[in-house]
Design a protein around this ligand. Structure first.
Ligand SMILES: CC(C)(COP(=O)(O)OP(=O)(O)OC[C@H]1O[C@@H](n2cnc3c(N)ncnc32)[C@H](O)[C@@H]1OP(=O)(O)O)[C@@H](O)C(=O)NCCC(=O)NCCS
Length: 225
């Protein structure tokens, strides 16, 4: 694990770490403890294989340690155009699906609840996500109030109400910004401007809901952030 920062929260000294493949066993122990006491209606536990997949590059897992004991975990994944992407529930096209970071699971040992630790982990994940992705999505049970409040606490809103693996869930969503998703792209908010740049050899690669187009030179390589 890699130490990211140290917090003092209600007199507890807590280290925030980015977890690595070698940390799998510690996460499983923590997850099993939570699973024993939490109904599926509120929390569908991730399989050990899925936790491992995330640690091995499919996503990013952060943990909180108190006195070297793992007390809280939160993972995000970057599912691109996979079926699993919650953006599919929001009718995202492929371009938007590629810009989704998705909260997969989070838990806090019961002795350490009441300090807003999930919100702290989500906020820490968000700092990373903001530099690379445009949307932060989650599913949360309507009955999981601490989880819902943690999402609201980092600026997510309820966007949809669905059944997910047979369980009632909200899709929470945070649009990170309208900022340019393409290197060297030019923003055009009128069709006149779009015409001007088309005549200069640009193409429009993207249009936001507010009819703002992103223009790039056709031959220029670009990448999503
Ligand atoms: C969800 C979970 C991670 C939250 O733990 P936490 O970060 O310690 O959350 P807290 O206890 O600090 O509660 C967060 C907020 O919810 C509020 N809250 C907690 N229980 C509440 C309840 N029953 N009714 C109303 N509000 C409640 C807290 O007052 C706090 O509000 P604030 O942000 O205004 O201060 C933890 O409950 C858990 O591990 N649950 C089992 C696994 C799970 O459900 N994971 C989420 C889905 S992936």
């Amino acid at each position: 694990m890699i130490l990211l920062k140290t917090y003092v929260i209600d007199n507890l000294e807590i280290n925030c770490v980015q977890m690595e493949p070698d940390d799998l066993y510690q996460i499983i122990i923590c997850k099993n403890e939570i699973t024993k006491e939490t109904p599926l209606k509120l929390f569908i536990p991730p399989s050990d294989a899925y936790i491992s997949k995330i640690l091995n590059g499919y996503g990013r897992t952060l943990g909180l340690l108190h006195s070297n004991k793992l007390i809280a975990v939160a993972s995000v994944v970057f599912p691109k155009t996979g079926k699993h992407n919650l953006g599919n529930y929001l009718a995202f096209d492929d371009l938007l699906l590629n810009q989704v970071a998705q909260f997969e699971h989070g838990f806090v040992l019961s002795n350490y609840r009441g300090h807003g630790l999930l919100k702290i982990l989500l906020a820490e994940q968000l700092k990373y996500i903001e530099t690379k992705y445009s949307f932060f999505l989650s599913t949360v049970s309507p009955y999981n109030i601490p989880s819902l409040k943690s999402g609201f606490g980092i600026g997510q809103v309820i966007k949809s109400h669905i059944y997910y693996h047979g369980f009632e869930r909200y899709v929470l969503y945070k649009k990170i910004s309208n900022k340019c998703s393409f290197i060297n792209a030019i923003k055009c908010n009128t069709i006149d401007k779009l015409d001007f740049y088309l005549s200069k050899g640009y193409v429009a690669v993207y249009s936001f809901q507010d009819a703002c187009y992103l223009m790039i030179l056709e031959e220029e390589s670009y990448e999503t952030i």
